[in-house]
Design a protein around this ligand. Structure first.
Ligand code: FDM
Length: 208
């Protein structure tokens, strides 16, 4: 059996990543493909709890310090991620290093500095960018509770995401009907499996 695929969902807040990543995992499992959902930040670890305190505005941290904690929160998961992929499980991930860079660079940290701690993480096979304008996202439920859910910040974050896109990314219109978005994502994922079957690629490293 070959390795699993490493598939990311990225996007601004309230773009529907959680809904769509959950649906993708269920659909893959229903089709007999071993798949699991991961989420970053993983707020359950010791590092994740510090991140949660910061995001929910209970504690304050320097921009640089929180950036490094987000990265550390990914690194602490890498052994597990590699083991799962090698055992044939496809991992669907709700946010990853691109969120790390987009949010910190939106705060005016240097983009090269932002990327550095995540260099060498496992690289994604595919990235689905659920694109929504922050003004539309602001109309959705629950918006505005966490530290970054502010219009100016989200607009800047979206620009930073666009600056990092390459051929592994697909932009999905997050304002479309959720069923239609799911169908589009399933189609893209089937194509990714087909390509990987025809020419299997080893697990690669990010930004190297
Ligand atoms: N976020 C997320 C970052 O600033 N850096 C990161 O590396 C990651 C993974 O944390 F505002 C931000 C993005 C978002 C917040 O988002 C947590 P969720 O997806 O709502 O938990």
């Amino acid at each position: 059996m070959g390795r699993g695929l490493f598939i990311l969902f990225e996007g601004c807040d309230r773009s529907g990543k959680t809904t769509q990543s959950t649906r993708l995992v269920k659909a893959l499992n229903d089709a007999g493909i071993k798949a699991k959902l991961l989420k970053f930040p993983d707020r359950t670890t010791a590092i994740g709890k510090m991140i949660d305190g910061y995001l929910s505005q209970k504690t304050k941290l320097d921009d640089q310090a929180i950036h490094l904690l987000f990265s550390a929160n990914r690194w602490e998961a890498m052994d597990q991620v590699r083991a799962e992929l090698e055992s044939g499980t496809t991992l669907v991930v709700d946010r990853y290093a691109f969120s790390g860079v987009a949010f910190s660079a939106a705060k005016r940290l240097d983009i090269k500095w932002c990327k550095a701690p995540d260099v060498g993480l496992i690289a994604p096979d595919r990235v689905y960018f659920l694109d929504i304008h922050p003004d539309d996202a602001a109309k959705r439920d629950g918006y505005g509770e966490e530290i970054y859910e502010k219009r100016e910040m989200q607009i800047e974050v979206r620009v930073k995401f666009f600056s990092m896109m390459d051929s592994t990314w697909s932009i999905v219109d997050a304002l479309k009907d959720p069923d239609e978005i799911h169908r589009q994502i399933m189609m893209l994922t089937k194509q990714a499996f087909k390509r990987h079957k025809e020419s299997p690629a080893p697990i690669a490293k990010l930004w190297m």
